[in-house]
Design a protein around this ligand. Structure first.
Ligand code: C2E
Ligand code: MG
Ligand code: MG
Ligand code: MG
Length: 277
């Protein structure tokens, strides 16, 4: 591929793109090649979802979070931090997001059919670009209908930065989805803009305390105070609180003492392929 990039760089140089130095042209081509690889991977079905359990205080599984991975033919299993950036600033993130939502719903329907009864709900991460796309509402309802999944089983995880953008549009969109039964979770809470006014204004059901506050919660009093404050505030506002990134029992016990009712982390289970859940 490096050869191709060099060739393309030379070719377009002759076409008059002389203000691009060779390095820049090379980067542009590399970028285009990455986009092509990504799109091909989508078409070839190289993306998979892993599922991580979410539990309540009694340890019972109340839901799962779908997390995307790329089964790269040469590089092995890739995690979102290794490839999301490729898609994030282009419409590829919308295409990937559509696939994730569809796949999560189909998986959910499969579990439901096998169990013969409603199963724990599914949480799906939605990127800002995907959420603000004009087709997001109709596509989401199509996906739910096609999979035959009760919208009440679906929780969409959004981050603060997604929600502060175009606040009126955002609330209207969320209200429509909520009228169908879809629930909302505010992911990575505390790391973004965190305006408390938004907590009141947005029709969210759940707040997820970011892992960065949980990590050192046992030795860092500031982190412990932050999580306690988030939990107390959510209790007053009538929101569920889930702590993410719990790796040991002491962290869970402290969070339980602080009033946190829902947990997710390696202690409860790592993200795994659906057949291992
Ligand atoms: P997130 O939504 O906050 O997901 C939680 C991340 O923390 C996941 O990383 C999960 O594997 C990891 N995690 C869970 N428990 C623990 C723990 O106890 N310790 C540690 N160290 N990590 C834990 P992952 O799967 O690498 O995903 C990273 C981020 O990528 C996600 O953060 C989410 O923002 C994004 N992402 C993942 N899948 C999707 C997707 O389908 N669509 C979109 N738009 N974003 C996604
Ligand atoms: Mg999430
Ligand atoms: Mg998170
Ligand atoms: Mg995170």
């Amino acid at each position: 591929r490096a050869d191709v990039a060099m060739y393309e760089a030379k070719a377009s140089g002759r076409n008059g793109l002389r203000f691009f130095d060779k390095g820049m042209q090379c980067r542009v081509n590399k970028r285009a090649a990455l986009d092509r690889d990504f799109r091909k991977a989508l078409q070839a079905g190289e993306f998979v979802l892993h599922y991580q359990p979410q539990v309540d205080q009694s340890g019972q599984m109340i839901g799962v979070e779908a997390l995307v991975r790329w089964r790269h033919p040469h590089r092995g299993l890739l995690y979102p931090s290794e490839f999301m950036w490729i898609a994030e600033d282009s419409n590829l993130i919308v295409e990937l997001g559509d696939w994730v939502l569809g796949q999560a719903c189909r998986q959910m329907a499969l579990w439901q059919r096998r169990a013969g009864r409603p199963v724990p709900g599914i949480s799906v991460n939605v990127s800002a670009r995907q959420f603000h796309h004009p087709e997001f509402l109709p596509r989401t309802i199509d996906v739910l209908r096609a999979a035959g999944v009760d919208p009440r089983s679906l929780k969409l995880e959004l981050t603060e930065s997604t929600l502060v953008d175009r606040i009126d549009d955002t609330v209207a969109k969320m209200d429509t989805l909520k009228s169908w039964g879809v629930r909302f979770s505010l992911d990575d809470f505390g790391t973004g803009y965190s305006s408390l006014a938004y907590l009141k204004r947005l029709p969210i059901d759940e707040v997820k305390i970011d892992r960065s506050f949980i990590q050192d919660i046992l030795c860092n009093q500031d982190d412990a105070a932050i999580s306690q404050t988030i939990i107390s505030l959510c209790q007053i506002l009538g929101l569920n609180v889930m702590a993410e990134g719990i790796e040991n029992e002491s962290q869970r016990d402290l969070l339980a003492k602080q009033g946190c009712k829902y947990y997710q982390g390696y202690l409860m289970g790592r993200p795994v392929p659906p057949e291992l859940l």
